[in-house]
Design a protein. Structure first.
Length: 366
């Protein structure tokens, strides 16, 4: 397996493992078999890399829980280097719990122990699973199903007296509580639970804070200002109000994500500076369309419109640089933008609408 790196939104690099073609084919086949077995066991609040479930399903479940349940405190947790620290021994035990075929288990063990090739040198590790292979997301889900999901479900049923909501997408999860003392106890017990299985919460990225319909009023009464926000799956979640004054959850594009994407578009446009305008327009159309399809959620129209405008501005800058004597008035540029850049339209329904249709009364937070 060859090591490769891709940039992350925070400026760091994420290490990936690129398996050989033969391994890709075999991993894909094993994933199909294991998904049929394991997906029936996974709980409703687990969304990451599961058939028929998308990031927007997780986002809608979270928003619906915050709007319909008595949530006053939110735990925004981050597992430190999850894919690099999960223990092979525990993972194999979890696999053996549902897979009786020793040949499949041995095959997965070989992938775990294969190591990676970087700069001509092969390295091995007794912990972690390399991201990039088809099998890695499923192994991560299996690990967290036994370490986190089943435990938090039992904790909610036996330890909590107030409402508790949980939404997990791969190794990112958010937990909402009605009472602060239960949230603090949960966090302490979660640290102990993770330590047992070789995991730990990131001290700087794990926060417990007030969030919900009464957070703004309570904090202002104490002179503490506006409630904190949190990021989940590319969106910043904010305590907001509707025109009627009722509480709602605003979801806006994470600013760092927006800026990083614009920087990537700027660099790519410079590379394509002397390409024909139709080729540049086709590229930008795919970029804007993909951005709008993901971030076009209700009440995020301003952010996706800003992205489209900024892409048009960057495009004009590149076209002006193609010649020192070239003149491109805005009226002509607007024709290019109208021709090639899709409109910034909201393309997702409100969470309560979509989740009600998908679940038909069955909770996706349990």
């Amino acid at each position: 397996m060859r090591r490769a790196y891709i940039p992350k939104a925070d400026g760091s690099a994420r290490g990936l493992g690129v398996p050989a073609l033969e391994d890709k084919l075999v991993q894909r086949a094993v994933v199909e078999v294991l998904n049929a077995i394991a997906d029936t066991d996974f709980l409703g609040f687990s969304y990451g890399f599961r058939p028929g479930r998308s990031p927007h399903d997780a986002l809608d479940a979270l928003s619906t829980g915050l709007l319909t349940k008595k949530v006053n405190w939110v735990l925004d947790a981050d597992i430190r280097s999850f894919f690099d620290t999960l223990e092979h021994g525990w993972l194999v035990k979890f696999i053996e719990h549902r897979v009786a075929d020793r040949r499949v288990v041995r095959l997965i063990q070989k992938w775990l122990n294969a190591g990676v090739l970087e700069d001509g040198e092969r390295t091995w590790s007794e912990v972690g699973t390399v991201q990039g292979g088809s099998i890695s997301p499923l192994l991560a889900n299996l690990y967290l199903h036994y370490v986190f999901d089943l435990w938090v479900q039992r904790w909610r049923q036996t330890q909590a007296t107030g409402d508790v909501i949980v939404v997990r997408f791969a190794d990112d999860f958010v937990v909402g509580f009605q009472y602060r003392h239960e949230a603090e106890r949960f966090l302490a017990e979660l640290r102990e639970r993770f330590a047992k299985f070789g995991l730990s919460l990131h001290p700087d990225k794990t926060r417990l804070f007030e969030f919900g319909p009464f957070a703004d009023r309570n904090r202002r009464g104490r002179g503490q200002g506006k409630p904190d926000t949190f990021n989940f799956l590319g969106f910043t979640h904010i305590c907001g109000k509707k025109r009627s004054g009722m509480f709602t959850v605003l979801r806006q594009t994470v600013r760092q994500r927006l800026q990083a994407k614009l920087q990537a578009v700027k660099a790519e446009l410079r590379r394509r500076m002397h390409f024909p305008i139709p080729e540049q327009g086709a590229y930008l159309r795919s970029v804007v369309a993909g951005h709008v399809r993901y971030f076009g959620v209700p009440m995020n129209g301003q952010a996706i419109s800003l992205f489209r405008r900024e892409v048009g501005r960057l495009w004009r800058q590149v076209l002006l640089r193609r010649s020192q004597t070239h003149c491109l008035p805005w009226r002509r540029m607007k024709r290019y933008i109208t021709r090639w850049l899709p409109p910034a339209r909201i393309c997702h329904p409100y969470p309560l609408v979509r989740l009600g249709v998908v679940t038909q009364g069955r909770s996706r937070m349990r």
